[in-house]
Design a protein around this ligand. Structure first.
Ligand SMILES: NC(=O)c1ccc[n+]([C@@H]2O[C@H](COP(=O)([O-])OP(=O)(O)OC[C@H]3O[C@@H](n4cnc5c(N)ncnc54)[C@H](OP(=O)(O)O)[C@@H]3O)[C@@H](O)[C@H]2O)c1
Length: 329
């Protein structure tokens, strides 16, 4: 078995507290070594590290990146800081897996990927859904012909998180689209490809200047179409389905997706397929990143850099049409 990859966390916030369970799961199986936690506050970094079995902690990101045993850094800071933090990791010679959205716009994302290529380092987006066994099973189900020819993606993610300061602050890359809408966008791109021909939408914009909720469409050649929405003020959860000429694949949970339902028109339930997580669902992205690092690969096939860029392009076009601008635009 390959040697465990020295895994460190940059930013000990909410998502780091959730994903660390998966990192621990992989450490117990020998693919990750829980190396270090870097936070802006040394006491908090130390507390997080000792609570979760990391070897070291650092009270600054710079100190973390100077750690020679850190190989792969998981960037878990607010959206607007992803590009700068990912670049700092790469300049320090570290491989990077960065939370979604990978950056605030396509230009930032492309700059980070270019730097990774230049340095010969792995770099990818922690778009955890693309790594989940359920999402990965969809092309195989489509290939059986059970839903006919795929024509339409419908997906929505609505969670009332507008009370979090980060989400309403344009300086931190706030808004529903980048935090929540990014999943429906990723689902549509995973389904129909990275070259849509048209994007259109409408958003309700907050007084602070970010999108609160929106509905939007993306179209591909041949009239394949995605009808998508997101909201940070409504409590609807995450749902999705891929509809073909003869039936659909339903994702009762689009984001935490542990089952798929195959439905044949008109409303005949053919099968429910279970895809239970080994841990909490974040294990697949970290495992794939560790494998890529050991194999010397620049990216993961499950979530290629080109898919991240395609999603950023769609979101850039939508934000431009809504007048939602970030400092990096
Ligand atoms: N994959 C998922 O399921 C999922 C779910 C939720 C969020 N996310 C993504 O994860 C990222 C972090 O979200 P979160 O909900 O964990 O946010 P959060 O709780 O606010 O944590 C972000 C962390 O970033 C660090 N940070 C550095 N500079 C900061 C600044 N100027 N302002 C605020 N924080 C700063 C802080 O860590 P230290 O003080 O410890 O250094 C903070 O704890 C976002 O990109 C979000 O889209 C992913």
């Amino acid at each position: 078995m390959a040697e465990a990859v020295g895994f460190s966390i940059l930013g000990a916030g909410r998502i780091a507290g959730k994903t660390v369970l998966a990192a621990k799961h992989l450490a117990a199986r020998g693919s990750l070594r829980l190396r270090a936690v870097g936070a802006r506050d040394a006491a908090r970094a130390a507390e997080f590290a000792s609570a979760n079995g990391f070897e070291k902690s650092f009270g600054s990101y710079e100190a973390l990146l100077a750690d020679p045993a850190t190989e792969l850094v998981y960037v878990a800071t607010p959206n607007s800081l992803h590009a700068a933090h990912a670049k700092a990791c790469l300049l320090a010679g570290k491989h990077v897996i960065c939370e979604k959205p990978f950056a605030t716009n396509e230009r930032e994302a492309a700059e980070v990927f270019a730097l990774a290529r230049e340095r010969g380092l792995f770099c990818g987006e922690a778009m955890w859904t693309r790594f989940q066994p359920s999402w990965r099973a969809i092309p195989g189900i489509v290939a059986t012909g059970r839903i006919g020819e795929p024509r339409l993606v419908e997906a929505s993610f609505a969670v009332p998180v507008a009370n979090k300061a980060r989400l309403v602050d344009p300086k931190l890359g706030g808004g529903a689209l980048l935090d929540l809408g990014v999943y429906p966008v990723a689902f549509a791109i995973a389904t129909f490809g990275e070259n849509p021909v048209r994007v259109a939408g409408h958003a309700v914009v907050t007084p602070s200047g970010v999108d609160d909720q929106s509905a939007f469409s993306v179209e591909w050649e041949g009239g394949r179409f995605a009808a998508l929405s997101c909201s940070m003020s409504a409590a609807g959860g995450a749902r999705g389905r891929l509809v073909g000429t003869e039936g659909s694949i339903e994702l009762p949970e689009l984001v935490r997706c542990e089952s798929l339902r195959i439905v044949r028109h008109p409303g005949i339930e053919l099968e429910t397929m279970p895809f239970p997580f080994a841990c909490n669902g974040y294990e697949y992205e970290f495992e794939a990143a560790a494998r890529a690092v050991r194999a010397g690969l620049p990216e993961c096939a499950e979530a290629p850099q080109s898919a991240t860029l395609a999603a950023m392009r769609v979101m850039d076009a939508l934000r431009a049409s809504w007048g939602v601008r970030f400092p990096a635009d």
